[in-house]
Design a protein around this ligand. Structure first.
Ligand code: F7E
Length: 321
């Protein structure tokens, strides 16, 4: 039975990746942080199953800010594969909590790399990098060779971490991979990311539980895909014979406004009656035309994402309803 260790297992991607790996026969170990509320809702269906929890799914307490705890788990579990998904991931908030964002995203990755380097049998390592490393890219669409020009603390931290993954791969000959992930969504997306916020609001307004929806810049564009495709890509990247970086993206740009119209139409509402602009939600530094070219992942891994934003939004609104 292959063994995987996931940081960020309680998040959207961690929960889908856990399901994927369990379906492939893996033993899955997850790193969880102690919090005063036990927030593991995305894993509850697995957590509550005595055939799975404690057998093929095991959770361990550790923290990216506590290298001793990470080292102990890595030594004890001796995983074949590590999927590093943890870290503060909200771009807008990274301006407010810059130090803790950089500490978890950048330093957290460095700490893991330093531990892995010392292990007698270093695991294959997947780092969830982000399209935010490109910020204001010189090239549209971006590929694996596009220079990194981050425009916010989160993007800068991810660029630092992705750069170290490349450096440690070359210097120490380790199997380290950056998956450069563009936005990917699902009903398990955090509630303060824009697609989930919109889909939740459309459903709640249609059921009389909410009056209106406040948004920032609805002309902002993103390349949005289905989260389940992206976790499949993570696994494929670690099965490839050589460690290489891969872009995971749909290659299609949409505006926030497109998401609004699709979501309100599924809920049977006229969006114009309910959507308001809130200047406080505008970001000072919006990235520009972040759209990815995933041709390398398709060619080498056979990875192909769904590209239908309408279907993605329908799934998300129906889950809220
Ligand atoms: O914003 C605009 C906002 O917060 C998307 C993370 O997973 O993907 C995600 O980062 C766009 C931006 O995601 C609201 O200004 C308008 O232009 O859903 P988001 P993000 O910032 O693209 C990347 C790839 C990551 O790596 C990140 O970890 O929507 N927008 N009005 C709004 N955004 C939010 N959150 N809330 C609004 O009311």
């Amino acid at each position: 039975m292959p063994t995987a260790l996931i940081t960020g297992i309680t998040g959207q991607d961690g929960s889908y990746l856990t399901e994927h790996l369990l379906s492939l026969g893996y033993a899955v170990h997850g790193v969880v942080r102690r919090t005063s509320t036990l927030e593991r809702s995305r894993l509850r269906h697995l957590y509550g199953d005595p055939q799975i929890y404690g057998r093929s799914l095991i959770l361990h307490y550790a923290d990216l800010e506590d290298p001793t705890s990470l080292r102990r788990i890595l030594v004890k579990v001796a995983p074949d594969e590590v999927y590093h998904l943890a870290g503060q991931s909200h771009v807008g908030l990274s301006f407010e909590i810059a130090e803790s964002t950089v500490d978890s995203v950048a330093m957290g990755t460095l700490r893991l790399l330093e531990i892995i380097r010392d292990l007698p049998k270093p695991p294959r390592f997947f780092h969830a990098a982000s399209s935010e490393i490109f910020g204001r890219p010189a090239q549209v669409p971006q590929d694996e060779a596009t220079p990194m020009v981050p425009v916010n603390p989160y993007g800068a931290a991810k660029a630092f971490a992705a750069g170290l993954v490349r450096i440690y791969r070359e210097k120490h000959g380790l199997f380290l991979v950056n998956g450069i992930l563009y936005n990917h969504e699902s009903p398990r997306r955090g509630e303060n990311f824009v697609t989930r916020k919109i889909c939740r609001a459309a459903a709640a307004i249609s059921q009389g539980r909410q009056e209106f929806l406040q948004l920032g810049d609805t002309s902002a564009q993103r390349d949005w895909g289905d989260a389940r495709d992206y976790v499949r890509g993570m696994w494929l990247a670690l099965q490839h014979p050589q460690p290489e970086d891969f872009i995971f993206a749909t290659g299609v740009l949409h505006t926030v406004q497109d998401v609004v119209e699709a979501a309100f139409s599924v809920a049977g509402l006229d969006w114009q009656k309910y959507v308001r602009r809130d200047e406080r939600l505008l970001r000072s530094q919006e990235p520009f035309a972040l759209v990815g070219n995933a041709a390398k992942a398709e060619r080498l891994l056979g990875w192909r994402p769904g590209k239908d934003l309408q279907a993605l939004v329908r799934w998300m609104v129906e889950a809220e309803l």
